[in-house]
Design a protein around this ligand. Sequence first.
Ligand code: HPA
Length: 279
Amino acid sequence: MSKQFKRLLNCMRSISERIDFKPSLALILGSGLGDYADGIKTEYILDYSEIEDFPVSTVPGHKGRFVFGYIGDIRVVIMQGRIHYYEGYPMADVVLPVRLMKMMGAETLFVTNAAGGVNTNYSCGDFMLISDHICLAPSPLIGENIGELGVRFPDMSNIYDKNLRGIVRNTAERLGIKLQEGVYIQLTGPNYESPAEIRMVRTMGADAVGMSTACEAIAANHCGMKVAGISCISNMACGITDQPLTHKEVQETADRVAPLFKRLVTESIMEIYNSSAKY
Ligand code: HPA
C-alpha cells in the first residue's frame, strides 16, 4: 500500500470517528464564496485541524474546514478554505482533500475560484465556465502512484466533464447569467504575473489565470471523479490595464458578484442531479 494511501486511510478513520455522512458531491469554494456554506442546511462542520494526518496550516490564522450538508436534497461536502501550492505544501498535500472527499463518497467535484482575465474580450466580474486547463504548476501525481485510486498514466481528455459543462451552460442561460467559457491556466503564484507572462499564456491559449484548481482537477480525474469548474474573473490580468494588481481588488470584485455566483453554483448543482439519475 502506498504511503499516501495509508495517510488517506488515517484521515478517513479520523473523520468517520467524528461524523457519519456520505456526500455525493464535493464543492471547493474560491474567493468571494467563503460564506456560501453558511447558507446551506448543515449537518456537521469539521475543522481540518481535527483530522489526523491532514496537512497542517503554515499560515497564521488560516481557516479551513469541511462543511457537510445539503444543497436541496443533495448531500454535499464543502471545502471552506483550500490549500494552495504557494503556501509551501507539497502537491500531495494540496490535493489530499480532493482525494479524501472522493473516499468519503463524492463522485463529482465542483470547483470555483477567482481568476485574472487573460482573454481581452472578458470583463471584470464575468464568470467563466472552465472548458479545459493548462497546468504550469507541478503535476500532483508526481511520486509513487496511489494505485488504489487510479492508474499511473491517467487520461486527461475530458477533465471538465462535457455533460456537466452543458448543464452549467444551460443553467446560466436559464438564469440570464452571462457565462464565458474558456481555458484556465494554473501558475504557482503567489506573485501575480508580469505583462510578458500574460502575453505568453495568452499565446498558449489561456483565457484566465489563477493559482489553484488545475492540480485539484487532475487529482480528481485520476481518482475517477467528474469535474465542473467556474472561475470568477475578479480582475483583468496584468498588463491589460495600467493599474497594478492587488489582492484587495480581487477580493472586492469576488465579493461584489458573490450573490450571483452563489446562485449559479447552487442552481447548477441542483440541475446536475435533476437532469440525470446517474449523477
Ligand atoms: N493572476 C493569478 N491569480 C489570480 C489573479 C491573477 O490575475 N486574479 C485572481 N487570482
